[in-house]
Each structure stands twice: as structure tokens, then as C-alpha cells.
Design a protein around this ligand. Sequence first.
Ligand code: GLN
Length: 452
Amino acid sequence: RIADVDGQVNAFLHVNGEEALAVAAEVDAARTAGGAAAEELHALAGVPIAVKDLIVTIGQPTTAGSKILEGWHSPYDATVVKKLRAAKMPILGKTNLDEFAMGSSTEHSAFGPTRNPWDLDRIPGGSGGGSAAAVAAFEAPLALGTDTGGSIRQPGAVTGTVGVKPTYGAVSRYGAIAMASSLDQIGPVSRTVLDSALLQEVIGGHDPFDSTSLKDPFNNLVAAARVGNVAGMKIGIVKELHGEGYQAGVENRFNESLQILKDAGAEIVEVSCPNLKYALGAYYLIMPSEVSSNLAKFDGVRFGLRVLPKDGPMTIERVMGATRAAGFGDEVKRRIILGTYALSAGYYDAYYGSAQKVRTLIQRDFDAAFAKADVLISPTAPTTAFKLGEKLDDPLAMYLNDVATIPANLAGIPGLSLPGGLADEDGLPVGIQLLAPAREDARLYRVGAVLE
Ligand code: GLN
């Protein structure tokens, strides 16, 4: 299937066919032989998976969608990759992304954009457009993404797939190349809610290599997805996360989802999170600040690309400058500059400090909302997939696509996006987002199973 369609979709940066087939053959042999070895196989053993190319893997390149890492191989596996291998899930390859996961359309990849399988002239979302497109185009039944401001959920929404950002700390970040460490989270991409639950149970759990990893087991997700019952649950519509600025067809599918939940016995309530209007602003200060620090390690010495200055003295600063000028794309440079400015002496309190205060206010808004509702609901993105090139020259318009997904990262709470049907205007997929309190990921799967 990859050979047939990926020439058009461009979901994969690297295909790992031989190794994947070898793992599949091993699982087949164990199943055929039967006995204890067969019984010990995980439910997902033999089910192939694609991995976002921001997550490091032994034996395959990891580029982060950037020229600066072209040809680089990690000497170690990310914890999630180790867990996939332990579950005997064949790793199909590495998927395309916006460079260092910065973007909402996968157009900022140094290796060409991924296209939306629903309409090849449209974006597959971002930054994890490759993982979502691979699942939507039936190139892989499962994929891994990373979500810093929506990069699992928004691609899920615009490609008609399921995408989950777990509670911050529920899945180890060890081996996910850091974009903004206080916001990043690895999570599943799949076609059904149950598949994501199965996958989150495989990749989750405590990891001593990630100092923010939670001790909670999160082993109740599959059971919750199988229960799929909302009778007596309170579902909160977030006033600030729909309505003005949202496409009519998106609103229509959203209202339909509310009706499905009502019919299934849920009580729909309205909640307000007044500080969400500052979420995008706070995110675009905190995220670039962390980016500017995390990306300092790409210095032309330790990893990947090294560009020597054409003439003049060969100092470390000049090698670093030449390498970063040639290796990073415009969007990455824009964010490093923004972050460096926001953190600089004299501006730190006004920008970074204020943004952190807003972050606390947003967390409190969610605490108050979850006192009134078990789960919150909103559209995942304000629009369906836009055309390739449409927002490329207008970073602010691109950033606005993340209004509904960013708050969960700022608050550390889990979020799930699932297909809510097709928009009337353009026949393209609409995503419905569910949010739950931190550590209550199971609620997302329980409600999600009713909606799909
Ligand atoms: N689109 C958002 C951004 O550009 C989110 C990125 C992400 O979640 N990795 O920052």
C-alpha cells in the first residue's frame, strides 16, 4: 500500500520494510507454533505502526523534518520505540512532519509537504501530518505522533482519524526530540478509539529516564473504550471554543455530536473558561522560549550537518552560525528569534513571566470547568483542511488553527480528537475534541467510544 500511494501522499520519510516484515514473520511463526510463546503475545503483536520522525530509532534515520539532521542516526531507541519492539509491533518507517514539529500543515518539512489523502491539494494538518495521512490512506493502521500544541489532534481532525494527547507525563518523552519540553507529549494515531486505547497502554507507563514521567499505571484505557457508556455523565461545552470563527459545517457536526451524547443519556452543560482567549498568546511565548533553548544543541558539532564558513576565521561561533543558517528553515528560525527575545534580560518578566501567569489562570479555569463537567467537548479545529500554500505566508493565520488544541498542552490535561463526520460545504472531515482532567485519560476513551 505504501508503494502504491506514498508517491502521492508523501507520508513517509523512510520505509523500514525488511525489518518490519521480519518482525511480522516472527509473530506469525509464534502464533502458528502455539503454546506459551503464542499466549504471551500482546494483542497488538504483528500490527504494524508508523513513527513520527521526531522520535529516535536505532537502525533508521531520524531527521525531525530538518536538513540539520539529514542522515543522522540515533545511537539509542526512544522509550516508546523500545515498548513497540517489546510488543512485537513491526515498525513500518518514519513519518513526515513540520520541521522540529513547528507548524499546522506539514508544509514546513524540509523534505516536501505531505498531502491530505481526502484531497491531495489540501494539507493533512501538522505538525504530525505524515502520521495522520499514513493512517487515513491505509498505509498504516496505527502511528505515533507528538503533540505540543495540537500536532496529534489537529492532523487527526482534518484527516478523519483518531488522535490522542495523553496527560502530560503519561507517556515517556525520552527519545522524542524536544520542541517545548513542558508542553510536548507522545500519543497514538489510529482509525478507531479502541485502537488508540490499546496503543496508549503499550507506550504508556512510568519511565525513570523521563523526570516528568508519572507513576500512575494508566491501564484502564482499553476497558473504558470497551464500556463506551455516557449515561449520567456531565459533558461540558466550552463557550470559548466554538461559535465565532468556526466554519458552519464544523459547528453542524459539533451540534450533532452533542445530540448523540444526549441521546445516550449524558447531560450537556455549558462551561466558561474566560482566560482561554489568552491561550494562543501565552503559547507563542512559552513554546518559542523553550524552543530557543532546546534547539541550541544543534551547533554543527554534536549532531548531523556541519557547514564551514566559506572564508574568514574558522571559529566555533562562525561554524555554528553557518550550520544553523543553512540547516534550519524559516519557521524554526522565526521561533528561535522570538524565544530568544522573550527570554532576554529586561523582557523576561514582561513576556515569559506573564505568559506563565496566564498558564496558571488557564489551569484554574479548567479546574473550575471540571468541577461542573466530567469531560469537556469542542471542535478540534475551527476549519476543515485548508489548501496547500493557503496560509504559508501568513504565520498568524496558521497559528490560529490551533486555538482549540493549545489549551490542553498549557494545562497538561489529556485530549482526544475523533472523526465527527464530513462538513456540508466541502465534504471534508471534521474533528471533535474531548478533554478530561489530568490522569483521567480513561474518560476520553469512554466518551469517545460512544461518539464514533
Ligand atoms: N501547530 C502548533 C505549532 O506550530 C503545534 C505544534 C505541535 O504540537 N508540535 O506550534
